[in-house]
Structure formats: C-alpha cells, structure tokens
Design a protein around this ligand. Structure first.
Ligand SMILES: C[S@@+](CC[C@H](N)C(=O)[O-])C[C@H]1O[C@@H](n2cnc3c(N)ncnc32)[C@H](O)[C@@H]1O
Length: 182
C-alpha cells in the first residue's frame, strides 16, 4: 500500500472498538452529538423532522457516525448518515457496530474525502471531520473538498490534532507518565 496514512489505519483502526460493546453502551462524544450540532450550528432551532443528511468524513471505527445515526434513529425523524473513510479495516468495524445496533440509516463508503466533489454523495446539512484533515498533505484542499459538498445553510464539526485540539489528552498523558513512567 503506497499511502502511509491508509496503511497505518488498515493496521491500527482508530479508535480500537469491539462491536460487541454496542450491547452495553453508546459511545458519546464531541463534535457530533445532535444537541451540540443543533445548538452551535442552528441556534437550537433545527427541526430534524425536515430531511437531515450528515457526512462523517474520515469516520474511523465509527464513533461519530454511530452516535449520530443512533440519535437520529431515536428521534424517529428519518435523518441519514453517510460514512466515508480510506481504511477498509476501520469501515468493517464501523459497519459491524451499525449492524449490532440494527441501524439502517447509515451508508458506508471507502475512499478519500478529497474525492468528495466528484462522488455525488452530497449535499450535506452537517459534516463531521474529526482528527482527519491534519493527515492530508494539503489540509486546506481537504477543507475545500468538504465545503464543496456542504449545503449553504449547513455547518461542520472539525477537530485537528494540535497543541489545543487535544490539550486534555496531552495533560493526562503527562500525569500518567509521572505515575507510571514511559
Ligand atoms: C485519528 S482517526 C479519526 C477517526 C474518527 N474521525 C474519530 O474521531 O474517531 C483518522 C481517520 O481518518 C481517516 N483518513 C485519513 N485521511 C483520509 C482521507 N483523505 N479521506 C478519508 N479518510 C481519511 C483514517 O483512515 C482514519 O480512520
């Protein structure tokens, strides 16, 4: 495999998840909790009974896509989630999690988000792209590809690794390092 990013996530799908866990808990997080999306992007006024299409770009093992699809299914509004990732191994885990939950409102796609403008999947009311754009040689080209498939009234939840994006993780690593060593 010539793309080292793809090779990494084929070998180490992220985050490590066991589909059997779906019977016990729903992984909840940011940025794509439905209440958070409604609050920050739509001033709390989005009627999810209107068609709602979300893209999870670089969806990994499925945390964001599964949470969003479960919340939309629970709301009974018919909203749908499109999952896209480079990694087949990650996609397989995400698909197994959706199957364990009997979610029928997610479609799964493998490929690069850079190709989104030509894939015919959009437009989207919401795009989650969490921990992905910094992997690209040209992150701005990635952001432009996402913007090209975003509805003009829609919005995005983005996170890039960096000094601020994962502050809490780095602090915890430092604390554990002091307790346990390297
Ligand atoms: C750090 S993981 C984040 C996974 C997920 N968004 C999360 O927060 O749990 C990065 C993911 O981005 C995917 N990825 C990297 N470059 C990509 C690209 N150009 N197009 C689509 N997915 C990509 C990787 O395969 C990997 O699954």
């Amino acid at each position: 495999m010539s793309d080292p990013v793809q090779a990494q996530y084929e070998a180490y799908p992220y985050p490590a998840r066991d589909p059997a866990e779906e019977a016990r808990r729903l992984v909840i997080g940011s940025p794509s909790h439905l209440l958070e999306v409604n609050h920050y992007l739509f001033r709390g006024a989005r009627d999810f009974a209107r068609p709602f299409r979300a893209l999870v770009a670089g969806g990994g093992t499925g945390d964001g896509a599964i949470m969003l699809a479960q919340q939309l299914a629970d709301a009974g509004t018919g909203g749908e989630v499109v999952y896209l990732d480079l990694s087949a191994a990650s996609r397989t885990i995400a698909e197994r999690r959706a199957k364990a939950r009997k979610l029928s409102n997610i479609s799964f796609h493998q490929g690069s988000l850079l190709d989104l403008p030509a894939m015919g999947l959009g437009p989207f009311d919401y795009i989650d792209c969490c921990g992905v754009l910094h992997h690209l040689e040209d992150p701005l080209a990635g952001l432009k590809a996402l913007t090209a498939v975003l509805d003009e009234a829609g919005g995005m939840g983005l996170m890039l690794y960096g000094a601020l994006g994962r502050r809490g993780v780095y602090d915890l690593q430092a604390m554990l390092g002091q307790l346990c060593g390297e």
